[in-house]
Design a protein around this ligand. Structure first.
Ligand code: DLL
Length: 436
């Protein structure tokens, strides 16, 4: 079994990597400057020319790109190649605003397949695997992204897409799927449905799952590994950069290696734009240095992360990003306290007997923010006749208060009453936004 998909890149020395990045960056800046009038205008405004960008150290001279830039140039205004060279379009609607559109040349798709193949190899996959893809296929990058990587490796791909969970489970069992790719929320739903169908983890052959497209916690990882009998790996990406495979976990599971020979990461202070040193938390910014059709430079992802060059036991030298806690725009400010929904999930799951089915409702009543967390009773809790509902609610309430420093109303609801998600979970309702 191959340990690395592309050893010379994944295990390059820092010196080699920086030389490669510098060369590719200066070429890409020239390509974008010459072919994207919108970007040229942005650079001209700052008085920066392609000659000023000789290497990685000059990166911070370039202007930032924001989601708004993609919206302002909708649909093709940022494409750096003629449309007849574009062989694929993907798009993301996001939760708010106009959708954004990205394009890939044939070479861009090869780069994507390469990155996804690295991720699948790092999760222990090879050409003998049966890979069950339950990410959505379509304009969303999840399905086709991991699909391309799996085919490149020569796996047997089962392109199920989302939906019809019982049928998915029968396929996993009957076709002998060994790897699965889907959102962690959908993996949880599959695990729960499997139990309902009376199928045990010993009845299936899954050995690893590549779960991503949304933040998830270490506690959720343990739950999924236990319920599905597999090793759960994180995989990260975003439509604007390439889709799944921008970064991926290895067996050490302490962060995701970024394919930095294709995407240079930076961490910045989201308020000032200042580049922060390695190890500090801030907003993740990516520059694409090999793509042809849609090479965004210094793109502000709004994801909050930390970069680390600490030596990894897997042997890869690719820089790591620690699990993103969420996006700046997902962060809830409740009575002045910053809370990521993933922190609430961590508290709920750390209590041991709850499943990760919950809903967060934020509102403003009499000018004060309120937080309500609906928690679905697990079968464990339901059968715990010794403790009253009130006891359980109080326990959760004090755990949330002591960990996050805010009070919350906890409402327990009956098993299997909260919505299940086949793609990205939508667990937060912020009613204040509707009021604004
Ligand atoms: O979610 C691409 C993807 C598909 C990644 C399948 C992994 C697996 P978008 O729909 O554009 O693309 O959403 C991108 O999702 O900026 C993060 O906020 C979030 N995200 C993606 N992966 C992770 C992850 C795809 N592993 C946005 N952990 C990103 C936390 C993630 N957040």
């Amino acid at each position: 079994m191959k340990k690395y998909w592309n050893e010379s890149r994944e295990c390059a020395t820092l010196h080699e990597m920086r030389a490669l990045q510098s060369f590719r960056l200066s070429q890409t800046v020239r390509h974008v400057y010459q072919n994207v009038p919108y970007y040229k205008a942005k650079m001209d405004e700052l008085g920066v020319t392609p000659d000023d960008i000789k290497g990685v150290d000059d990166l911070s001279k370039l202007p930032f790109m924001y989601k708004q830039d993609l919206r302002d140039t909708y649909p093709y205004g940022l494409f750096a190649k003629p449309l007849d060279e574009v062989v694929r379009i993907h798009a993301s609607s996001g939760t708010t605003g106009k959708q954004i559109v990205v394009g890939y040349t044939r070479k861009d798709l090869e780069i994507w397949d390469e990155c996804a193949a690295r991720a699948l190899t790092a999760a222990g996959g090879d050409h003998t695997d049966f890979m069950h893809v339950s990410y959505g296929y379509g304009l969303f990058t999840g399905g086709l992204g991991v699909h391309g990587g799996a085919e490149k490796i020569g796996m047997t791909v089962i392109p199920v897409s989302t939906g019809n969970t019982q049928r998915q489970i029968n396929i996993i069992k009957d076709f002998g799927s060994t790897l699965i790719c889907c959102t962690p929320s959908y993996a949880m739903y599959i695990a729960e449905t499997m139990q309902e169908m009376g199928i045990k983890k010993e009845d299936i052959k899954l050995k690893a799952g590549l779960f991503g497209a949304e933040p998830w916690t270490q506690e959720m990882r343990e739950k999924l590994e236990d319920m599905l009998g597999l090793k759960a790996y994180d995989i990260y990406g975003l439509t604007e950069i390439i889709g799944p495979g921008v970064s991926f976990e290895c067996e050490e599971q302490t962060g995701m290696h970024i394919c930095e020979d294709h995407f240079i990461p930076e961490i910045i202070d989201p308020d000032t734009g200042e580049v922060l040193p390695e190890g500090e938390q801030g907003e993740l910014v990516f520059s694409c240095i090999t793509k042809e059709a849609f090479p965004l430079l210094r793109y502000r992802t709004r994801d909050i992360a930390v970069l680390s060059r600490k030596q990894c036991s897997c042997g890869r030298t690719l820089i790591k990003m620690l699990k993103p806690r969420g996006r700046t725009d997902d962060m809830l400010i409740i009575r002045g306290v910053n809370v990521f929904p993933s922190q609430i999930e961590a508290v709920l799951l750390s209590m041991g007997n709850s499943d990760p089915f919950y809903q967060i409702i934020v509102d403003r009543v009499n000018n004060t923010d309120t937080l309500e967390i609906k928690v679905e009773l697990s079968d464990n809790m339901f059968s715990d006749i010794i403790r009253s509902v009130e006891d359980i609610e109080n326990n959760i309430k004090s755990a949330i208060e002591s960990t996050l420093g805010i009070s919350a109303k906890i409402t327990l609801v009956e098993p299997k009453t909260l919505t299940r998600f086949e793609g990205k979970a939508a667990r937060v309702t912020d009613k204040r936004k509707l009021l604004d």
